[in-house]
Design a protein around this ligand. Structure first.
Ligand code: SAM
Length: 433
């Protein structure tokens, strides 16, 4: 080599748009390519620009790799710059061409710092020992990998260790588990946070104990909830005789059982009937008045979850619910999903009657905005506050060492900020049934 470094300017054409918009896949491929080329990774940072495009770089002990993608054109531009003889950037070129599924690529190699043009500078190192220490120190890899859950205007980012603990595309969605620095393992579906080991208790305790401590149901149906957190909480209530969990995607169950043991611990419980199927079809085929508590633990209203947020679906829920029974549904964030939140309460008010629908809130730090809501809908059954026994709730939450739920939180959760109250009560329709 007659230069200090080799700089390959790369263009990939005809690549997969999906891959070129997948920030984690790109980061992982770039890191693999760097390692396979013989480079030592110091740090990396990658970022996705919604709706399309990814930029990122890796700082190497031997210089850097950088990328910018245009998924809409199946195109990526890369800099692969390495110095010294120990790294071969052309190995990275081949690996990345395959990873991005590019039809063809082109590259220009520049020799940077041509030796015959360089002169050794007369450098005065003040402390030769520092220089020696620097030269022989082992580089520590530092990664800056962030997962971001976002809509067009608001985002929540959580730092993780890079790459995936689990990743599988099912017929319904992409299911991933990431290892975060603050919240342990985190389940992500289609780029949306579902739950994490360290922050799941607020959600699961609130979606389950608020109904079950006002309505001691025996036969419970959960739609969604394949991570197992809701089932684990339901089975703390000894009067429950059977829980039926209808989860559309067996990949979620697989991921939870393999990587989220504290959530999925009750998925093999003898009182649980686990059905892999579509909640919509399941309810349409179910007999009238079958369950005395139904919990909708769905993901956000896109893809296969979207029909779980419609009036037709709530009409089916109402039919299948026993008279005197309760529905609790996760009802999104009043801030993050404003239009959906308003529409959902209008539909529930239509179906159950506005005086039977009660919104309550919880603080969930891993969901965008941190403010999350649940709908408690009674079919001529209990009222979430009038039929609440704080002594029983105190005993229960202490006995089970709950992390979030307690009698004070139960009551306070139904006190809504005025702007939320207004969103729900504006033009409250009269009941259909
Ligand atoms: N705590 C979560 C949240 O609010 O983000 C919900 C998590 S839970 C994992 C949501 C589950 O609903 C997913 O596993 C998804 O596969 C399931 N799901 C989506 N659509 C469904 C449907 N139509 N029938 C049954 N389950 C469904």
């Amino acid at each position: 080599m007659n230069s200090l470094g080799r700089h390959i300017l790369v263009e990939f054409y005809g690549g997969s748009a999906e891959v070129l918009n997948d920030v984690l896949l790109i980061e992982t491929s770039m890191l693999d390519a760097a390692q396979e080329s013989g480079a030592t990774i110091i740090t990396s940072q990658f970022h996705r620009f919604p709706p399309l495009g990814v930029s990122g770089f890796i700082v190497l002990q031997e210089s850097h790799f950088a990328i910018h993608t245009w998924p809409e054109y199946g195109y990526a531009a890369l800099d692969l710059f390495t110095c010294g003889l120990s790294v071969n950037p052309w190995i990275a070129y081949e690996i990345l061409k395959e990873a991005f599924q590019a039809d063809h690529g082109s590259a220009i190699e520049l020799n940077r710092g041509q030796l015959h043009l360089l002169e050794t500078a007369d450098v005065d190192f003040k402390n030769p020992e520092d220089v020696a220490a620097y030269q022989y120190s082992d580089p520590q890899e530092k990664r800056t990998a962030w997962f971001t859950d976002r809509n067009d205007n608001i985002a929540l980012s959580i730092r993780h260790k890079g790459g995936w603990v689990f990743r599988e595309k099912s017929p319904y969605q992409t299911v991933e588990v990431l290892d975060t620095l603050e919240y342990g393992k985190m389940l992500v579906i289609d780029n949306m946070v579902m739950c994490s080991e360290e922050d799941e208790k607020a959600y699961h305790e609130m979606i389950v104990h608020v109904p079950l401590l006002t309505h001691p149901a025996r036969n419970v149906l959960v739609i969604g909830g394949g991570d197992g957190g809701s089932v684990r909480e339901i089975l703390r209530h000894s009067q429950v005789e059977q829980v039926t969990l209808v989860e559309i995607d067996e990949v979620v169950i697989k991921a939870a059982k393999a990587h989220l043991p504290t959530l999925s611990s009750a998925l093999d419980h003898p009182k649980l009937q686990l059905i892999i199927g579509d909640g919509i079809e399941y309810l349409a085929a179910a007999a009238d008045q079958t369950y005395d508590l139904i919990i909708i633990d769905s993901s956000d209203p896109v893809g296969c979850s979207a029909p779980l947020f419609t009036k037709d679906f709530y009409l089916q829920v109402h039919r299948v619910l026993c008279t005197g029974g309760v529905l609790v549904a996760q009802s999104e964030s009043p801030r993050f999903n404003q239009p959906k939140f308003v529409e959902l309460y209008q539909d529930l008010n239509h179906v159950f009657g506005a005086d039977q629908v009660h919104c309550y809130l919880a603080f969930i730090s891993t969901y965008p905005t941190g403010m999350w809501s649940f709908a408690y809908c009674s079919k001529a059954g209990p009222h979430p506050l009038h039929d609440f026994d704080p002594h029983l709730a105190q005993h229960f939450s202490q006995n089970h060492q709950l992390a979030y739920y307690n009698p004070g939180i139960h009551q306070a959760a139904f006190c809504l900020p005025t702007f939320v109250k207004n969103m729900i009560t504006a033009d409250a329709p009269t009941a259909l049934v």
